[in-house]
Design a protein around this ligand. Structure first.
Ligand code: URA
Length: 207
C-alpha cells in the first residue's frame, strides 16, 4: 500500500500547532485547514490532467485541469474541518458524506449516516478523516465505497498510527494514504501517541 508522508516544513509547522495542547479551537481549525491544503496538493500531484487550448492576453497556449476531480467524502464529524480546504483547491469536486461514531468501549465504528452517489465506478474518491487510528473506521468507510464500485480511494489523514496502516494493508482494499505523519503507536484508549487528542473536540469543543 502506498503511504505518502507530507513532511514539508510548512506542514510540520501546522501539525505542531495542532499537536500543542495549548492551541484553542479556532487556531486548531485554521492549522487543519492549512495542512489539508498541503495534503490535497500532494495527493493530486500525479493526477491525470486534461488539456485544452487557451489564449492569454499575449499568445495562444495550453490550459490544464484535473481530468477527473475526486469525490470528496468527509467522515463526520472530524472530517468536516478538511472540507473547506479540499473544495478551495478543487471547486469542481462533488461531495458525499459518511457519519461514523466510535464506540468508546469497543473502539468499533458505529455508522449513522451514508450519503453517497449510487455508482462510484471509475471515479477517484478522497476520504477526509484527520485521524487514522485503529483503521476500523477507515476500513468501514472504504468498504461502503468499494460496494458502490470505487477502485481508486485515497485516505487524506493528518495523522496515522502504524496499527491503522497495518490494518488497511491487511484489508487488501484499494487505498493509498496521504498523511502528515506516521506517529509512534496507539494507547490503551486507541488514541494516537503522541497524536493531538480528539480531532473532533479540538475543532468543535467537547460535546
Ligand atoms: N480519533 C481522534 O480524534 N484522535 C485519536 O488519537 C484517535 C482517534
Amino acid at each position: 500500500m502506498d503511504v505518502r508522508v507530507v513532511d514539508h516544513p510548512l506542514a510540520l509547522a501546522r501539525l505542531s500547532t495542532m499537536r500543542d495542547a495549548r492551541t484553542d479551537n479556532a487556531a486548531f481549525r485554521a492549522a487543519l485547514r492549512d495542512l489539508t491544503l498541503m495534503l490535497i496538493y500532494e495527493a493530486t500531484r500525479d493526477a491525470p490532467v486534461a488539456t485544452a487550448p487557451l489564449h492569454t492576453p499575449v499568445a495562444r497556449t495550453t490550459g490544464y485541469r484535473l481530468a477527473s476531480p475526486p469525490l470528496l467524502v468527509p467522515v463526520l464529524r472530524a472530517g468536516l474541518g478538511m472540507v473547506d480546504a479540499a473544495q478551495a483547491l478543487m471547486p469542481e469536486a462533488q461531495m458525499g458524506f459518511v457519519g461514523l461514531a466510535r464506540d468508546e468501549q469497543t473502539h468499533q465504528p458505529v455508522p449513522y449516516m451514508e450519503s453517497l452517489p449510487e455508482s462510484l465506478a471509475g471515479r477517484p474518491v478522497f476520504v477526509l478523516d484527520p485521524m487514522l487510528a485503529t483503521g476500523g473506521s477507515m476500513e468501514h468507510t472504504i468498504r461502503m465505497l468499494t460496494e458502490r464500485g470505487a477502485t481508486d480511494v485515497t485516505a487524506i489523514c493528518v495523522l496515522a498510527a502504524p496499527e491503522g496502516i497495518a490494518h488497511l494493508e491487511r484489508s487488501g482494499l484499494p487505498v493509498r494514504v496521504v498523511t502528515g505523519s506516521v506517529d509512534e503507536r496507539l494507547n490503551d484508549s486507541a488514541y494516537i501517541v503522541p497524536g493531538l487528542g480528539d480531532a473532533g473536540d479540538r475543532q468543535f469543543g467537547a460535546v
